[in-house]
Design a protein around this ligand. Structure first.
Ligand code: WT7
Length: 656
């Protein structure tokens, strides 16, 4: 983050207006209506949010103040009492939605389940009672390490019901990564499954958890609740481990929702940063409930007739906000799919759309690029005519992938909502509203009502149209992260001290570069910090470096992202070896495996390059800029005068 502006080259002029029939039936029907909402939300933000909180959610007790903003700390709906599981479940039971499908689930082997709101409510109450029986009290943290099965959502809602913050760890993370997260959250209970099915393999979740907990690895964990999914043989530790189906059978179906303070902790979700240690992003209850609710309703134009499918995993924020909380708060039908497209079934997503008549489909650019590669014959062989809206998230979508999505999947009839947001923002920040916003391929378009977004230089001054700069948010919003778990200082440093306006105002900056075009459309240019975006997920370069140097052969490691056709970015590692080790292909493989073991398959380096030395400044900092150029096979650009030893570069170039 040294340059004050960022060069922007992408120029895309195609414009797609929503068709009038779509707009007429939409929740937000025109650009004028969006503009009016936006103006209102900016001129009186507190009135705007209070009105929505009142009309869209059920509260046990009304708030005294809408917003308490002591930068960078925000409180929303101060002293309001609410329970998000009540808003996602109980309130629908007094309406016709009681017997509407809340979750439609499809397992990878082809098994399936549907839970109505009444059934889901019952399951959640039962699991919440089991949590209580296992000693979980309001405020205790619960770890969730699950495959994509309904019990993952049930466990989250059960936590919310009794006021026990959850910390979901993505099932693809390794035992080491799981351990670090459970330790930081000091989880008292962990909910897991024997395993899950993914890409025709069994993911051994319980084994990984056993490893994380071995040698008293996470002393806070008292109990483990195990859901049976794959029926593989696992170890059950007497006294600590309990089968869900055994406790479920005796659990009462009555469990009143705990009245939570609007600012009570709802969940912690760990995300990668520029330093080695993942950050525990803290989200609280009332504001998060409201914001995920209203963004789902407006950006997906949600209707009671919709079958809505978000392909994310519940282990990521997308799964939290847009599989579980946002859709269920609206009383929608949310589809969950356990599997992933795989060689044995490249058309599985299209089968699911056809089978259930999915109307709203939300996925990631990395998946879209993979579908393009697999061939049009797969979607073309299925009936996708039920679709009416498409969504994308995770990284900038290349205009050609957007066009393919529009034509081949959307039949040129479905608006595409390209939603820019982050783990930290809780919900969509910049997104089209499908009946109101004309879209441009590759642009996330305009800020959601209530969001003041801008592109600025390092001093917080707005840059001109089409100038690259830093994407910031200038006013608090209800679902913003409240802090880094147990580390207010890191929260301040990471998000609020990069851009420093002279007037002392606080601007939220979480690492993306962007430009705004002459129509006020935002074009996200990707991360400007040392964070890679691999298949739509953030992995810190430092995290991979720490994993590499924990191997005895590695003296020093520098990791950069390299552009990758499918994944967006791929991990590229430069490694120097300890004296007694010799470079070899076998060692490369061993180091790749080591990273998978330490972090998970998502961080597996695509390429490892051995070097004699790494390029450094005189103060000893690795100059990543050069390494990025080298990894991408480009000429080195930029100032080399600060380099300590110029011969290092020549050697690296020769080795290419
Ligand atoms: C980072 C946040 C938010 C859920 C998925 C990832 C990138 C996300 C977009 C988009 C361009 C995007 C950004 C952001 N990103 N959505 N529509 N266009 N870039 O959550 O792991 O917190 O990552 O993903 O770089 O900062 P996350």
């Amino acid at each position: 983050m040294s340059e004050t502006t960022i060069e922007s080259i992408l120029q895309e002029k195609r414009l797609f207006a929503p068709c009038s029939e779509f707009s007429q039936n939409a929740n937000i029907k025109s650009f004028a209506e969006y503009q009016q909402l936006y103006e209102q939300s900016i001129s009186d933000p507190e009135g705007f949010w209070a009105n929505l909180a009142e009309t869209e959610l059920d509260w046990f007790q009304k708030w005294d103040r809408v917003l308490d903003w002591q930068p960078p700390f925000a409180k929303w709906f101060v002293n309001g009492k609410i329970n998000i599981s009540y808003n996602c479940l109980d309130r629908h039971l007094t309406t016709w939605r009681k017997n509407k499908a809340a979750i439609i689930w499809e397992g990878e082997p082809g098994d399936s389940r549907t839970l109505t709101y009444a059934q889901l409510h019952r399951e959640v109450c039962q699991m919440a009672n089991v949590f209580k029986q296992l000693g979980v009290k309001k405020g205790d943290r619960v770890g969730i390490y699950m495959p994509m099965i309904p019990e993952a959502a049930i466990a989250m809602l059960a936590c919310a019901r009794i006021g026990a913050p959850h910390s979901v760890v993505f099932g693809g993370f390794s035992a080491e990564a799981l351990k670090a997260r459970l330790q930081d959250a000091e989880a008292k209970l962990v909910v897991t499954a024997d395993g899950g099915f993914r890409k025709d393999k069994v993911v051994p979740l319980k084994d990984a958890l056993d490893e994380a907990l071995s040698n008293n690895g996470v002393p806070s964990v008292e109990n483990v609740l195990v859901v049976q999914r794959t029926k593989q043989t696992i170890n059950m530790q007497e006294g600590r481990d309990h089968w869900w189906h055994e406790l479920h059978a005796q659990a009462s179906i009555n469990c009143p929702p705990e009245p939570m303070d609007s600012e009570d902790l709802l969940f912690i979700l760990y995300t990668s940063g520029t330093t080695g240690k993942p950050k525990g992003v803290v989200h609280t209850t009332g504001g998060y409930n409201l914001y995920t609710h209203i963004t789902t309703k407006w950006a997906f134009d949600l209707k009671d007739t919709d079958v809505y499918w978000c392909t994310a995993d519940v282990g990521w924020i997308t799964g939290h906000s847009y599989i579980v909380y946002g859709p269920l708060s609206n009383g929608a039908t949310s589809l969950m799919y356990e599997g992933a497209p795989r060689a044995s079934n490249p058309g599985c997503f299209w089968d699911v759309i056809e089978k259930y008549g999915v109307t709203i489909f939300y996925t990631a650019p990395t998946a879209i690029r993979a579908f393009i590669k697999m061939g049009d014959e797969h979607p073309n062989a299925r009936d996708l005519s039920s679709l009416r809206i498409l969504g994308t998230v995770g990284e900038p979508i290349n205009p050609e992938a957007w066009m393919w999505y529009h034509k081949v999947i959307g039949g040129e009839r479905c608006p595409i909502v390209d939603t820019w947001w982050q783990t930290e923002t809780g919900g969509f920040m910049i997104t089209p509203l499908p009946g109101a916003t004309s879209t441009k391929p590759g642009s996330a378009t305009r800020p959601f009502p209530g969001i003041i977004a801008d592109v600025v230089d390092l001093e917080g001054n707005s840059v001109g149209n089409n100038q690259g700069g830093y994407l910031v948010i200038k006013h608090p919003w209800p679902s913003m992260m409240r802090t880094v778990y147990k580390d207010d200082d890191r929260f301040r440093r990471t998000y609020w001290e990069h851009i420093l306006p002279k007037n002392g105002k606080y601007l939220y900056f979480a690492g993306d570069g962007a430009r705004k075009d002459e129509d006020g459309y935002f074009w996200i240019m990707g991360r400007v910090d040392d964070v890679m975006n691999i298949s739509g997920h953030r992995i810190g370069t430092m995290e991979v470096e720490s994993a590499l140097v924990s191997h005895p052969a590695v003296a020093e490691a520098a990791v950069v992202g390299r552009p990758d056709e499918l994944k967006g970015e791929d991990v590229y590692a430069f490694v120097t070896l300890e004296g007694s080790y010799q470079p070899s292909e076998a060692l490369k493989e061993e180091l790749k495996k080591h990273v998978v073991k330490e972090i998970g398959a998502i961080a597996r380096p695509g390429e490892i390059r051995f070097a004699d030395a790494l390029p450094k400044t005189r103060s000893g900092k690795i100059i990543r800029r050069f390494l990025r150029n080298l990894a991408a096979g480009q000429e080195l650009v930029g100032d080399i005068s600060t380099m300590e030893d110029l011969s290092v570069l020549d050697k690296l170039r020769e080795g290419a």
